[in-house]
Design a protein around this ligand. Structure first.
Ligand SMILES: *Cc1c(COP(=O)(O)O)cnc(C)c1O
Length: 388
């Protein structure tokens, strides 16, 4: 469990940060006199995503969760429709579709990676299947080619949960630009942050107009702002999915420093990888696997321990060294909410990742001495009797 509050001399697992201009931009937004959504900073951020990653249309949202909920609304899901997604993911991936009455068909992880096993998705498809939602865990791409093939063959929508995947690619193509829809998150635990915040990428132009209406409480206000309609009206269902300009201003400050933020994270990730390789070679744990088709974004550095007991002992050991390391998802198919709704298939690889995965501190302000402390503490756990 996370010690709460964390003692001040602890190396935290994550730390929200400023790169520089965020507060200046927030002051600018205040001076401009528009604090509600879809102002100048929102539009700058959206254009950034459209231009840099080639998304057909980008809409900032109040969270990654909100972006997923918008995706579920756009699919016009009916009760009983089925959505395939991994069990090893955050609740929002599934919850967004459950809110629309969909049935979740959970897919297992790969044996060697938390991402869903794309080769096993075909046999989960039924006549009720409407969408597949791959989650790019740790910013490492799922194998999109077989999923695209299945989506085309069965006329399914591919929605990328790219919450963790800014700057990551699949065969050179930006994640979030491959599915018809994709959700990103700027939660304070992600690489690029705005406190809470998210983005919906809309790559199928057929969804673009309606997305904007859902975003603006079911009205055509966005079109009105562009002078396309004389007044705005209630034209569809919707909600308030757009963030304040204060959030967009913070995000704009981060996006301007994207390269230096990412460079620092890659360095930290690589440092862990190289320093811990000797122990991995001895079989103490497994290091993160990155397939050839993926360029990852250093979102998470994790170890796969050999057992639940050893993982928990490692977390305790790091805690004794004043370092907060944390596990990750409990598989959703076994959650208190979904257990009774799940079709009963065991998902051993999702379960194994839940039991064996531990994430090490990785954040913008993690210093070299702090990281060396973490590395030394992991090494001291396995020193001598690695065969614990
Ligand atoms: C963070 C995250 C979300 C939710 O994003 P929020 O902005 O926190 O709502 C959804 N899916 C995955 C895989 C995430 O990591």
């Amino acid at each position: 469990m996370i010690p709460s509050p964390l003692p001040p001399d602890f190396i935290p697992f994550n730390k929200p940060y400023l790169v520089g201009p965020e507060l200046k931009y927030i002051a600018e937004a205040v001076a401009l006199g528009k604090l509600s959504g879809n102002g100048i900073f929102t539009q700058r951020c959206q254009q950034f995503f459209e231009q840099v990653y080639g998304f057909r249309k980008a809409l900032l949202t109040t969270s990654g969760t909100a972006a997923l909920e918008m995706a579920a609304l756009l699919l016009d899901l009916q009760p009983g429709d089925e959505v395939i997604l991994p069990s090893f993911t955050f609740t929002s991936t599934a919850n967004a579709f459950v809110l629309r009455g969909a049935r979740i068909v959970f897919a297992d992880s790969l044996p060697y990676h938390p991402n869903l096993d794309c080769s096993k998705v075909a046999k989960l498809i039924t006549p009720r299947t409407r969408a597949i939602v791959p989650v790019h865990y740790a910013g490492v791409a799922c194998d999109m080619a077989p999923l695209l093939h299945l989506a085309q063959k069965h006329n399914l929508c591919l929605v990328e949960d790219a919450a963790q995947a800014i700057e990551s690619t699949y065969q050179g193509q930006a994640l979030g630009s491959i599915g018809q829809l994709a959700a990103f998150s700027f939660h304070e635990t992600k690489n690029i942050i705005a406190g809470e915040g998210g983005l919906l990428a809309i790559n199928n132009p057929a969804f673009a107009e309606r997305a904007e209406i859902l975003w603006e409480k079911g009205t055509n206000r966005a079109a009105f702002f562009r002078g396309e309609v004389a007044r705005y009206q209630w034209v569809d269902i919707g909600s308030s999915y757009l963030p304040s300009e204060l959030i967009a201003a913070y995000l704009w400050g981060q996006l301007g420093a994207l390269e230096s933020i990412q460079q620092r994270r890659y360095q930290q990730w690589q440092r862990y990888y190289e320093a811990l390789q000797p122990l991995a070679r001895q079989g103490c744990f497994t290091l993160p696997f990155v397939p050839d088709y993926a360029r990852h974004n250093a979102h998470i550095f994790y170890l796969l321990c050999t057992s639940l007991e050893e993982r928990d002992a490692l977390i305790r050991h790091l805690g004794q060294h004043r370092i907060l390391a944390v596990s990750h998802y409990q598989p959703l198919h076994a959650s208190p909410f979904y257990r009774a709704r799940h079709d009963g298939r065991p998902l051993p690889h999702a379960t194994a990742h839940a039991e064996r995965l531990v994430r090490l501190p990785l954040y913008y302000e993690l210093s070299l001495p702090e990281q060396q402390q973490v590395i030394a503490a992991v090494q001291s756990f396995y020193l001598g009797p690695c065969a614990r």
